[in-house]
Design a protein around this ligand. Structure first.
Ligand code: CU1
Length: 183
């Protein structure tokens, strides 16, 4: 029973990584000249760790390009390009990504895709954690105070002896003055 609970807890804790999603570009219509990829991308949430899946026919391809080349439909400087009909691209970092079909004329007719990859949901709360970690340095300072407590005990006896001898000296002075007055 305890083992089953442990396994269940482990699965729950591990599950965020299991949420990596495959985004099939264009849905059932796939990657073609008839798709509207701006609208399609607007309905998707892309997160680091997800996959982008392009399904397309032999006359098409996939090229990842810079924003400038995306805007001008230029596949000559493609960061990576594919033409195998089924291309899976892992979204490994946050930020914008740009894709186009390198076949002449296809990008101009709308066969292009811009996405914005978001960092994992776990990293968003992490941005708020630095304030809490700032309180951690105060804990070591508490451990510094105990050593100072025993130290005065060791020094108090010499001071006490000095106080006694000083008191004796003052007493003898007062006694001497009293004796002088009496005589
Ligand atoms: Cu194409």
């Amino acid at each position: 029973m305890a083992m089953a609970t442990f396994v269940l807890l482990f699965l729950l804790l591990a599950s965020p990584a299991a949420f990596a999603k495959d985004h099939v570009v264009g849905g059932d219509g796939g990657w073609s000249q008839s798709g509207d990829y701006t609208t399609w991308a607007g309905g998707e949430t892309f997160t680091v760790g997800d996959n982008l899946v392009f399904n397309y026919g032999g006359s098409h391809g996939v090229a990842e390009v810079s924003k400038d080349d995306y805007d001008s439909c230029n596949a000559a400087n493609a960061l990576q390009s594919f033409s195998d009909g089924k291309t899976t691209i892992k979204l490994s970092k946050a930020g914008p990504m740009y894709f186009m079909c390198p076949t002449f004329g296809h990008c101009q007719t709308g066969m292009k895709l811009e996405i914005n990859v978001k960092s994992g949901s776990s990293s968003t709360p992490a941005g708020g954690s630095p304030p809490s970690s700032g309180t951690a340095p105060s804990t070591p300072s508490d451990s510094d105070s105990p050593p100072t407590t025993p130290a005065p005990a060791g020094k108090s006896s010499p001071n006490g002896a000095a106080d006694i001898s000083g008191g004796m000296f003052g007493f003898s002075l007062a006694l001497g003055a009293l004796l002088a007055l009496m005589s």
